[in-house]
Design a protein around this ligand. Structure first.
Ligand code: ADP
Ligand code: F6P
Length: 320
């Protein structure tokens, strides 16, 4: 049973990470554990940059984007030498459990630390929703809503000028944000790595739609596809329709988390403490069939995530 635990955020930040830290902290304190916040992920773990947490440390943060513990990428932690240093620091701090909020890279570090004897629990915190063993990641919903609001604004000007807007959304190599957002904004197409696409067909469909009175178009591109500007140029060359590129970028990573992300983060944080209280580590907390669950860390990382093919079909079959 854990008496003192640490919590850190690692990798790219995601809205809702604060809500997760709050839930971990309060749930653990209420069970009589001590909690330390570790700043800047594994960087802070290696240097011992920690802050003792009490219930007030996490007041007023549930609605805030970013992570008040800060986050970082820590190349040193990729090697076992670095992980051993992390283990020594956990021992020095008296930690007998750690909650790691981040993506799959962060989970690999948590797995390595677990193998040395520090029970670690991974909470999926990334806007990309690219973690295999969970249906939803903390931050994904907020990022999609932000992208949707931004593209609604882009639509206004696109419509006024009879143009085509080609909008790049985040997701590293994953097209989850792109497909959902494309449906939500009524885009004509989503271009992702997961689904084959045919620019000639898109251009043809656009010209057909133009004949029936459609005057403006939206195309959403997942960043992993790359060459968003080339796609826009090709569309312009093939259709003659004036096109503009917008890369939404890091705006998608910020802002106040949605209700869904706050609740998910709170439930997951609570679940992590329930596991650590029993001395259970080396697990990832995720969402399966809409319910919070946990899975062996290595097993979870080895899983393959299904893409949302049916949803993509909904997009393509309702776009024109
Ligand atoms: P994310 O967790 O969002 O996928 P990164 O891939 O940048 O983000 O990983 C975050 C941090 O996790 C890295 O900076 C490193 O400290 C640690 N990490 C990444 N990959 C590994 C690995 N294979 N083994 C151990 N630790 C890793
Ligand atoms: O993983 C989250 C994410 O925002 C990806 O969608 C994107 O590719 C990447 O991080 C950007 O990372 P950075 O913050 O280092 O620019």
């Amino acid at each position: 049973m854990a008496r003192k635990i640490g919590v850190l955020t690692s990798g790219g930040d995601a809205p809702g990470m604060n809500a997760a830290v709050r839930a971990v902290t309060r749930a653990a304190l209420q069970r009589g554990m001590e909690v330390v916040g570790i700043r800047r992920g594994y960087v802070g773990l290696l240097s011992g940059d920690v802050v003792e947490m009490n219930a007030r440390s996490v007041s007023g943060i549930i609605q805030r984007g970013g992570t008040f513990l800060y986050t970082a990428r820590c190349p040193e932690f990729r090697d076992m030498e670095g992980v051993k240093k992390g283990y020594e620091m956990c021992k020095k701090l008296g930690l007998d459990g750690l909650v790691v909020i981040g993506g799959d890279g962060s989970f690999r570090g948590a797995g390595d630390l677990s193998s040395l004897g520090i029970p670690c629990i991974g909470l999926p915190g990334t806007i990309d929703n690219d973690i295999q063993c969970t249906e939803y990641t903390i931050g994904y919903d907020t990022a999609m809503n932000t992208a949707m609001e931004m593209i609604d604004k882009i639509r206004d000007t696109t419509q006024s000028h009879d143009r085509c807007s080609v909008i790049e959304v985040m997701g590293r190599n994953a097209g989850f944000i792109a497909v959902n957002v494309a449906i939500a904004v009524g885009a004509e197409a989503a271009i992702t790595l997961e689904e084959p696409y045919d620019l000639n067909k898109i251009a043809h469909d656009m010209l057909q739609a133009k004949k029936s009175g459609k005057s403006h178009f939206l195309i959403v591109v997942a960043e992993g596809v790359g060459q968003t500007d080339v796609i826009a140029k090709n569309i312009k060359d093939m259709t003659g329709i004036d096109s503009r590129v917008t890369i939404l970028g890091h705006v998608q990573r910020g802002g106040s988390p949605t209700l869904r992300d706050r609740v998910l983060a709170s439930e997951m944080g609570y679940h992590a403490v329930e596991l650590l209280e029993q001395g259970i580590g080396n697990r990832i907390v995720g969402l399966k069939d809409g319910k919070v669950y946990d899975i062996d860390l290595q097993e979870g990382l080895a899983m393959k995530k299904d893409f949302i093919h049916k949803r993509y079909e909904v997009l393509t079959k309702t776009a024109f």
